[in-house]
Design a protein around this ligand. Structure first.
Ligand code: RET
Length: 248
């Protein structure tokens, strides 16, 4: 592993570790309050990412010289398969969408990561087939976020709605970075080197987990407790279902 690769793995590990301490303390401090689940979920997301980064630093979740072709950081996929569903869970709770739909989107997300991992195990050109399948799932997720999730969020309290829209937009912009880096990186066209690829993923991961979490947990106590209330979420989910479809 080159020095640049190592340095960026360390930067990501330290950022995630600091994030998990901050979110963990916040969750502990708020444990009696509605809305504490957001700090707790952010804590688990960054804790898991820090753990996976440490395992990559220690080379336990890395295959060097995979198929004699390239280095394979499989720890990334083990990170993403756990953390991306949790990020979508956050968004789902805030939107107020039906739990069944949150589960559906999480299913598509796990499918996206697993098929993306299969793409990584394959050589060209079959890897691009799996890549395309994974991108299909990614588009389906975005489709749900921009339709039913957003339509339900529209029926929520103004500040909760704004928080949803801000987080949805941050998530969309950042998540698009992943398939782009994958395509240009070691597992795809190999136009960028491993050090640069590691830097890109580290920055994306820090923004998508720590940055996203900070925006979320600093939204204000009243907004988060309103977003978290089961009763209120049920009300908006029902209001959405009873709306004439022509208004969507
Ligand atoms: C892969 C390659 C195959 C095609 C697609 C991908 C998408 C990955 C995404 C990852 C998101 C990760 C996050 C991590 C932590 O915060 C698997 C790279 C579409 C969207 C947000």
């Amino acid at each position: 592993m080159t020095a640049t690769t190592q340095i960026w793995l360390w930067i990501a590990f330290i950022g995630m570790a600091l994030g998990s301490v901050a979110f963990g303390l916040k969750a502990a401090g708020q444990r009696h309050r509605e809305g504490m689940e957001f700090s707790m979920v952010s804590f688990f997301i960054t804790l898991w990412a820090a753990t996976m980064y440490l395992s990559m630093i220690l080379s336990e979740t890395v295959l060097f010289d995979f198929k004699g072709q390239h280095i394979l950081f499989w720890g990334r996929y083990l990170d993403w398969v756990i953390t991306t569903p949790l990020l979508l869970l956050d968004l789902g709770i805030i939107s107020g969408v039906r739990p069944k739909l949150i589960l559906g989107v999480i299913g598509a997300d796990v499918f996206m990561i697993v098929t993306g991992f299969i793409a990584t195990l394959e050589g060209a050109p079959t890897n691009y087939l799996w890549y395309a399948i994974s991108c299909g799932a990614f588009l389906a997720i975005l489709g749900a976020l921009f339709t039913e999730f957003s339509d339900t969020a529209r029926l929520r309290d103004g500040k909760v709605k704004q928080l949803f829209l801000r987080l949805r937009n941050i998530l969309t912009v950042l998540w698009f970075g992943y398939p782009i880096v994958w395509l240009l990186g070691t597992e795809g066209l190999q136009t960028i080197n491993v050090g640069f690829e590691t830097a890109c993923y580290a920055i994306l991961d820090l923004c998508a987990k720590v940055g996203f979490g900070l925006v979320l947990v600093s939204a204000g106590r009243d907004v988060l407790s309103e977003a978290s209330s089961g009763e209120r979420r049920q009300q908006v989910a029902e209001a959405y279902l009873n709306e004439p479809t022509s208004r969507r």
